[in-house]
Design a protein around this ligand. Structure first.
Ligand SMILES: Nc1ncnc2c1ncn2[C@@H]1O[C@H](COP(=O)(O)OP(=O)(O)OP(=O)(O)O)[C@@H](O)[C@H]1O
Ligand SMILES: [Mg+2]
Length: 325
């Protein structure tokens, strides 16, 4: 098999408080192949965003990469220098965020902000770059792109701003796009359009995507393979289909049961949503053993004492659960 585009190996991300390192993310490993769309899913605070930020060199204190490797196109992004990372960012790996307003410059017309990518990374002249920016706006299906290019971010709707972010992120033809909850802040109908846009453009250009969401339904629709995170750990990694048919981790099963449609079906048509009982532990107070054990209905005796190792599943994929270990 050829080498994956991205290989995250035993990544640890430390949250350092008063000189004490807390592993906000621990031993997370996954790969993304060229052109593949991989999904990361899990409840708020499980470490999805910090994982993505680590991949693009944007972790800032009190967060830092504590251990592990992030192999991408011959580099280890866990070790790479700031200058090299700046060259890769935008050109080879780029990111879109939940709220594009925070990522866009409020004082610069959006066309100019897209053009900047061509000037910075492709050596284009400003005249050339502004022309390509209009084409880029057209490619993300912004109507009247030549006029919209002159607009400032606040003049655009949330959906249009996210299209601009996608245009910036894809301007230089990156190999990998990190999409961190790209549609959470948008209306439902706009959400669907933006997801379709990301799917179409990445497929047409062969861009690999790391899609991040707390919504397992969305992830399963968009991605062939899924990683489920809980409290800083990757607890399950599978083909999306397999996750739904036969979740291996009790946490994954809980996520599926809490999905409106699938959950209802799984409970023989009862319409009430089932929630996973208990709360997500905070980074400074992760329980011993399996981090999910206090909330787990299928807990064994050893779960409170021993941290489960990763087990390969016969059907493919991996799980961290003593019931499989
Ligand atoms: N700048 C920061 N300072 C301190 N703690 C942080 C910081 N950023 C993240 N954390 C902590 O790190 C953990 C992981 O956060 P992260 O933002 O990656 O979660 P997430 O899975 O993206 O959640 P959400 O679904 O809410 O976006 C959380 O416990 C969070 O409180
Ligand atoms: Mg997040």
């Amino acid at each position: 098999m050829s080498e994956p585009l991205l290989a995250v190996e035993n990544l640890r991300i430390d949250l350092t408080i008063g000189g004490v390192h807390h592993a906000a993310v621990k031993d997370v490993s996954f790969t993304i192949g060229r052109g593949e769309t991989f999904g990361l899913v899990g409840e708020s605070g499980c470490g999805k965003s910090v994982t993505a930020l680590a991949l693009i060199g944007l972790l800032r204190p009190p967060l830092s990469v504590g251990a592990g490797a992030i192999r991408f196109k011959g580099h280890d992004l866990a070790q790479i220098g700031a200058d090299d990372m700046r060259r890769l960012r935008g050109a080879s790996v780029s990111m879109i965020f939940q709220e594009p307003m925070t990522a866009l410059n409020p004082l610069s017309p959006v066309g100019r902000q897209i053009a900047e990518m061509f000037v910075l990374h492709k050596g284009a002249t400003w005249v050339e770059a502004e022309k390509r920016a209009v084409e880029a706006l057209a490619s993300v299906r912004v109507p009247a792109p030549d006029r919209r290019a002159k607009d400032y971010p606040h003049q655009l709707s949330g959906g249009m701003r996210q299209r601009v972010m996608i245009a910036i992120a894809l301007a230089c033809g990156p190999d990998l796009l990190l999409a961190d909850e790209p549609t959470t802040a948008l209306d439902v109908t706009v959400q669907a359009e933006i997801l379709e846009l990301i799917r179409d453009l990445s497929a047409a250009r062969g861009t690999a995507v790391l899609m991040i969401s707390h919504d397992l339904g969305l992830i399963a629709n968009m991605c062939a393979r899924v990683g489920v995170m809980y409290a800083g750990r990757l607890v399950e990694e599978r083909e999306a289909e397999d996750v739904f048919r036969d979740p291996a981790h009790p946490y994954t099963a809980g996520l599926i049961a809490s999905l409106p449609l699938l959950g209802a079906r799984a409970r023989h048509g009862r319409a009430r949503l089932q929630e996973i009982e208990g709360v997500v532990p905070s980074v400074t107070a992760f329980p011993a053993g399996c981090r999910f054990n206090p909330r787990c209905a299928e807990r064994l005796e050893r779960c409170a004492a021993d941290d489960p190792a990763e087990t390969a599943l016969a059907a493919g994929g991996r799980v961290r659960c003593w019931r499989h270990g």
